[in-house]
Write a protein that binds this ligand. Structure first.
Ligand code: NAI
Length: 270
């Protein structure tokens, strides 16, 4: 451990169970000397195991539905009070599509479901940043990160409307990142992560094929949740102060590949 986050305070959204990317990030942030508040939707608290993580990392848990401004205001007020000052880092690790959950094909989208998924997966990032911004709750040189997937740029049919939600999320990072950068010296980035076996990931139809294909295509193999946590810590640390408005691929090289030898082997006839 390198003490990369010594003395830093933050909020971590989205730790549901020990597979969650946010869970691994909380463990790593704790190891690196940070103090933070954990949060998740009230419903997820009942299903998940967040109390176990809170105990392990000496953190408090404050429930918040990330689509509710009222909940977010309460969260940010309480977090700064509990932690004893403004925040240095925030992780948005939230995603949910009702169309995916209910197995509605993309071409048949139910637009009430589309709107709900968009609010949870994309607009919530705007809401989180808006509350942090208006309350002036971030320290200078703080860092805000959200997680995304490459279906924002390329077609992955079974990713359904989450592809559109991720495109919107990445755009919010740039648009809000401009104001956070110029007004508060806070950086905002998205990490575009490899397919990862978590509750959200495994909800995507054909996930096993998806993850196996990405593994064969990526020169370094898929990035794990643990490796994503490591990368996120680097973005929260003072070693990346001038990185902002970026969508950063953390995918073993997948996003720049055309084809790999091991994928080609499936198609070569003797
Ligand atoms: P996960 O299922 O462990 O985490 C998703 C979290 O979103 C859960 O903790 C859930 O309770 C939370 N959430 C849902 N609705 C919410 C609401 N209204 N308010 C607050 N929280 C809410 O899965 P994972 O994979 O760790 O997901 C984290 C992020 O990583 C998501 O943005 C996901 O899209 C992204 N991602 C995941 C990949 C994967 O293959 N698993 C690949 C690339 C990105």
């Amino acid at each position: 451990m390198y003490n990369l986050l010594k003395g830093k305070r933050g909020i971590i959204f989205g730790a549901l169970d020990e597979n969650s990317i946010a869970w691994k990030t909380a463990e790593r942030a704790h190891e690196e000397g940070a103090t933070f508040v954990l949060t998740n939707a009230p419903i997820a608290m009942r299903m998940g195991q967040i109390d176990k993580l809170a105990e392990k990392t000496n953190s408090e848990v404050i429930p918040a539905d990330a689509t509710s401004i009222e909940d977010l205001e309460n969260l940010v007020e309480k977090a700064t009070e509990i932690l004893g000052g403004k925040l240095d880092f925030v992780l948005h690790s939230i995603g949910m599509s009702v169309n995916v959950r209910k197995k509605v094909p993309y071409t048949e989208s139910n637009y009430d479901f589309t709107a709900k998924g968009w609010d949870v997966s994309a607009v919530s990032f705007h809401k989180v940043m808006s509350v942090l911004y208006k309350k002036d709750a971030m320290n200078e040189w703080g860092s805000i990160v959200a997680l995304t997937y490459m279906a924002a740029q390329r077609v992955f049919p079974d990713y359904n409307d989450m592809a559109d939600n991720k495109a919107y999320l990445e755009s919010i990072a740039r648009s809000f990142g401009y104001y956070f950068g110029s007004d508060k010296k806070v950086r905002v980035n998205t990490i575009s992560q490899s397919p990862t076996p978590t509750t959200a990931g495994q909800g995507v139809k054909g996930f096993d094929g998806f993850i196996a294909y990405a593994e064969k295509m990526s020169p370094l193999g898929n990035a794990t949740a643990q490796e994503c946590a490591d990368y996120t810590i680097s973005l929260f640390s003072d070693l990346t102060k001038k990185v902002t408005l970026q969508n950063l691929f953390h995918d073993g090289g997948f996003s720049n590949m055309g084809v790999s030898q091991s994928v080609m082997e499936y198609f070569i006839k003797e």
